[in-house]
Structures are given as structure tokens and as C-alpha cells.
Write a protein that binds this ligand. Structure first.
Ligand SMILES: [Ca+2]
Length: 383
């Protein structure tokens, strides 16, 4: 009798929790070339989430929200209060709290790196800054946050901050920096607008950077001629740095970033001004002395976060690159022969959301953030 009663209680409990799980996380299915997609919201109610970084426990991640909050999210859908110790950000236009990355030695040093728009420029202008702080043991705060890089002068009234943070295999930190919508600065080597920079984790400059020792040149610069690079990732098969950036009207690009090279903006572009007029500085889509895009979209999807897929979980995706698209509201999937893009598929269009970031999780699923007032983290896999 007692056993029967207990069983009834257990069954009722299971039913309630199963119902709750269904209500909290209805999995949508969508067709795709590699099979049926399963798209499950992990967390909703995120305010313009921008980036995520998995913690080594494999079960939780840090998520940035552009207005200035950093939160802990667990894979089973728990969302923490904002962490303390995060710097004040300049949240306006495209500005705010942007990328998050963990130190390659996170298990030892617990360092969390953030990129964000920082105010204080002349005429209330802002620039991109990068800093780091130690994640407290109780996961509630970043301790002793210190700025390690500042875009100076600060020239943005709300546009083109970049920015992504990528550590390479040797532990150097690469930061992609927008040109603050001040086009010619991308070619000025005395400024950090429109650049990819390479620094040590403490912000000091590696002695073998390409422009070290030159007069009136910022030694942090690794490459230049970038416009607004909002995506970057390390190619897991050969360690090269891949970056993507927004063209103006047309001409979104993927670039493979090489030491000291000029990636062209605004001298070379496949795009035109939003007004429909040509870019005043542009001399064509291919200009001598500049590196042409590795891959270009004549119609801009509005590229953002980028992830290489090298997990075993979904064999059909191995060797692919995924990129979030803000304007076209899709997740782009690219297939390659060697480095060359040979096929493109657009996913998640049914969501009708701006896709801001995509990362491969430790479980081999894709984790996708939507850049919305009521933004969400989705787990995406194949059935
Ligand atoms: Ca370019």
C-alpha cells in the first residue's frame, strides 16, 4: 500500500517536472541539408546578449548583455544575477559590453577577459577597451578588474567598436577593433581604429609585432584596414586567425589575418555607402597592396560571431564554419575545400531573430545568442 502510494507520488512528480520542462523549453524542429535541426531555448529574457564563453566544468557559461551585465548561465537553463566587478560600459548605439573570453590558463588563474565600449572621449565619444578580472570562487564577481587595452583616441558616437577576443595557440591575445565609423582611421597606423591587435595577456606588446619600433605607429597593431570586425575565431586545424567584418552596403568579408597586412578598408571594398553613393576613399574592390577578402558577400548578411565546428557529435557538420547574421536573421553554415568556401546554407531563419553569436559547446552542440530586447540562448543540434 505504502509502496503504491509512493509510486503514485513519484509518478505525479515526474509528470509535473516533465510538463514544466516542456513549457520552459519547447524544442522546435527545422529542416536543414544535414538533417532535421533541433532548436531548444536554454534561457530567454537576456537583454541584447552579445557573447558567451563556456567554463571548464562544461555545464555553465558566461554571457554578456550589451547594456552592461555579465551573467552565469547553466546548461539546464539557470540564469544568475549580474556579476559584480564588471566595468561601467558606454551603452549606446552598438556600444556596450561586448565579447567575453577565458584565459587559456583559466583553471589556474580564473581570468575573464571582456571587451566593451568605454566612454570619456572628447565630445562624449567612446572607444573599445579590453580588460580582465578574476572570477571569484562563488562565481558572483570579477575581482580586481584591470584595463589592458584602450582604443585611443576615442572616436565613436555609437558605431563600429568591433570587437572579438581570440587567444592563439601560443597564448597571444588578438583583439579585433572597429574603425568607429571614421573610415580613414583604418589606414592610420598611429591609431587603434580599424585594426587587429596582438598583445600579451597582461596588455604588454610582444617584441615581434610587425610595427614595433617604428615612429608614430602603435606597436599593438598586427593588421590594419579593417572596418567593423564583429566575428573572429581560431582555425582549430591550423591555428590561423579568421576574422569577419561588416562591409558598408554590401561587401561583408571573411579574412584570414596575417602579420602586418593591410586588409583594404576604405580603399578597397565590394560595398557602397548606405546612401547609395560610392565610398569616397574607395578605388575599387581590389587594390594593389591590400589583401582581398578571403570570402565576400555582395549583399550584406550583417556578420557577427563565428565558430569552427570540429566536434564528433554531428559528423555532417565537421569542418564547417558557422556565422551569426544580424541583418538577414540567420545562422550561416559554410562548407570548405581546403580553405575555400564551396557551399553556403542559411539556418534558423524561422526564428526571425538577429543572430549575434555562435559557439561550439563542449557537448558538440551549437550555442546561439539572439540579439534582441528579449534575447535568448539556443542549443542547436541535429536530430
Ligand atoms: Ca577588406
Amino acid at each position: 500500500m505504502l509502496r503504491k502510494k509512493l509510486l503514485a507520488i513519484v509518478c505525479a512528480g515526474a509528470l509535473i517536472s516533465a510538463t514544466a520542462a516542456v513549457l520552459a523549453a519547447p524544442t522546435q524542429t527545422m529542416k536543414s541539408e544535414a538533417g532535421t535541426l533541433e532548436v531548444t531555448p536554454v534561457v530567454t529574457g537576456l537583454e541584447h546578449p552579445w557573447a558567451l564563453a563556456f567554463l571548464p566544468d562544461g555545464k555553465s557559461m558566461l554571457v554578456t548583455e550589451r547594456p552592461g551585465n555579465l551573467r552565469l548561465v547553466t546548461a539546464d537553463g539557470k540564469l544568475s544575477a549580474p556579476l559584480n566587478g564588471v566595468p561601467t560600459v558606454w551603452a549606446k548605439g552598438q556600444g556596450g559590453l561586448l565579447d567575453v573570453a577565458l584565459s587559456p590558463d583559466f583553471k589556474q588563474d580564473r581570468m575573464v577577459y571582456l571587451s566593451y565600449a568605454e566612454g570619456g572621449g572628447e565630445g562624449n565619444k567612446a572607444g573599445t577597451a579590453v580588460g580582465r578580472g578574476r572570477l571569484s570562487e562563488d562565481m558572483a564577481a570579477l575581482k580586481d578588474f584591470q584595463v589592458i587595452l584602450r582604443q585611443e583616441p576615442k572616436l565613436s558616437v555609437g558605431n563600429h567598436f568591433g570587437s572579438r577576443l581570440v587567444f592563439d595557440r601560443d597564448g597571444y591575445l588578438f583583439v579585433t577593433l572597429g574603425e568607429n565609423n571614421d573610415r580613414p582611421t583604418a589606414q592610420d597606423l598611429d591609431k587603434l581604429q580599424g585594426k587587429v591587435v596582438r598583445i600579451h595577456p597582461d596588455g604588454t606588446v610582444p617584441k615581434d609585432n610587425p610595427f614595433v619600433g617604428q615612429a608614430n605607429v602603435r606597436p599593438e597593431i598586427w593588421s590594419y584596414g579593417q572596418r567593423n570586425p564583429q566575428g573572429a575565431a581560431l582555425n582549430p586545424w591550423n591555428g590561423t586567425l579568421w576574422e569577419n567584418e561588416h562591409g558598408p552596403r554590401g561587401g561583408d568579408e571573411i579574412n584570414i589575418i596575417e602579420r602586418g597586412k593591410n586588409y583594404g578598408w576604405p580603399l578597397a571594398t565590394h560595398g557602397i555607402n548606405y546612401s547609395g553613393l560610392p565610398i569616397p576613399e574607395a578605388r575599387g574592390d581590389t587594390v594593389e597592396g591590400t589583401v582581398s577578402p578571403h570570402h565576400v558577400w555582395e549583399k550584406s548578411p550583417g556578420l557577427s560571431g563565428m565558430a569552427f565546428y570540429d566536434a564528433d557529435q554531428f559528423k555532417a557538420w565537421q569542418g564547417n564554419v558557422f556565422i551569426g547574421a544580424l541583418v538577414s536573421q540567420e545562422l550561416i553554415r559554410l562548407e570548405f575545400q581546403g580553405d575555400k568556401v564551396v557551399h553556403e546554407e542559411r539556418l534558423l531563419g524561422e526564428l526571425k531573430k538577429r543572430i549575434r553569436d555562435v559557439r561550439q559547446g563542449p557537448d558538440g552542440y551549437l550555442y546561439v545568442l539572439t540579439d534582441e530586447e528579449d534575447g535568448a540562448l539556443y542549443k542547436v543540434g541535429l536530430k
